[in-house]
Design a protein around this ligand. Structure first.
Ligand code: MEV
Length: 317
């Protein structure tokens, strides 16, 4: 049995794909993977009841191909080849999670990390487990099947937890700030991260000066947000989040439902609220004063028909 975290990006989504920093943290909403050895046809099966998912390795389904990529990468890291690899993995993996899928909360990265961990444990129960860098490298092989061009921020947080600044190619620099109280509101609009990342790439090719300036604003907000967090200035962090939402909306990444959830959170006294992750649907986050305030913001969303949950950002193993 292994697990991985979901994540929320406070500042810097999309800009992080282009080398700017992102300020982000793990949320205390986990995904657990359980491997059960079963003699059979040798085809590894993966079940995620919460997402209505039941696939086999290498099925013509994005999750099947991601599972296959992770099996191969774990086999390569442990130097276990076919047919021994498939024989040792005859069985099924059951996933148990409260993390919503396709909502910008890092569900595919959490799945990739938990699979990498559970498979390495199943293949080498008597050996030292792979370290976090190896797990993240393997998980990124799966994550690339979900998103064409992931920056790696989701996998880094799913693996390590905590709160930090992520820069593509450099990894996650942990910050020692205390966990933050967040309300997460769900729009109910599922979307593909790859499509939204593609939309920004298209905007860059059509209007490079304007789009690059918007990405630079998002990157600068992540830097300022880090400084605000380090001096405990949550009011400033909230203001930066509100401005980042406006910039993300200018980039065409918000929706009317996300804008409404942000406005409702602000009316409920959130220090700041914005879409999180790729946008185009998915989730919004609202920075709250404490856990009770986060719950009050969620209650406001519930009254207008949108589910949400209070959580802590910066969850650690
Ligand atoms: C997805 O959680 C965040 C994006 O910046 C994409 C990425 O970093 O890979 C939109």
């Amino acid at each position: 049995m292994t697990w991985a975290f979901g994540k929320a990006i406070l500042l810097g989504e999309h800009a992080v794909v282009y080398g700017y920093p992102a300020l982000a943290g793990a949320i205390d909403c986990r995904l657990r993977a359980h491997f059960i050895a079963e003699p059979g046809d040798g085809a590894l099966r993966l079940r995620v009841p919460a997402w209505n998912l039941d696939v086999k390795r290498a099925d013509e389904h994005v999750v099947g191909t991601a599972l296959d990529a992770i099996v191969r990468a774990v086999g390569a890291a442990l130097n276990i080849r076919e047919p021994h690899l498939s024989e040792s993995l005859s069985g099924r993996i059951d996933i148990d999670t409260e993390l919503p899928a396709a909502a910008g909360l890092g569900s595919s990265a959490a799945l990739s990390v938990a699979l990498s961990r559970v498979l390495s444990g199943a293949l080498a129960p008597a050996r030292l487990p792979l370290d976090n860098d190896q797990i993240a490298a393997i998980a990124n092989c799966g994550e690339r099947r979900f998103h064409d061009n992931p920056s790696g921020v989701d996998v880094a947080l799913a693996t390590r937890g905590g709160l930090g600044v992520f820069v593509r190619g450099q990894g996650l620099e942990p910050l020692s700030a205390p966990p933050l109280a967040l309300a997460v509101g769900l729009s109910g609009q599922e979307r593909r991260t790859a499509d939204l990342v593609g939309r920004v790439a298209q905007a860059r090719s059509q209007a490079p000066t304007r789009t690059d300036a918007q990405l630079a604003i998002l990157g600068a907000a992540a830097r300022s947000g880090r400084a605000a967090l380090e001096r405990g200035d949550l009011a400033e962090l909230g203001r930066l989040m509100a401005r980042a939402h406006a910039t993300l909306a200018e980039l065409g990444l918000s929706t009317s439902v996300l804008d409404r959830l942000v406005a409702e959170a602000e009316r409920a006294g959130a220090l700041g609220a914005k879409l999180t992750g790729a946008g185009g649907g998915g989730a919004v986050i609202a920075l709250a004063r404490d856990k009770d305030h986060a719950q009050a913001i969620c209650d406001t969303w519930h009254r207008s028909g949108h589910p949400g949950f209070a959580c802590s950002l910066g969850a650690r193993p």
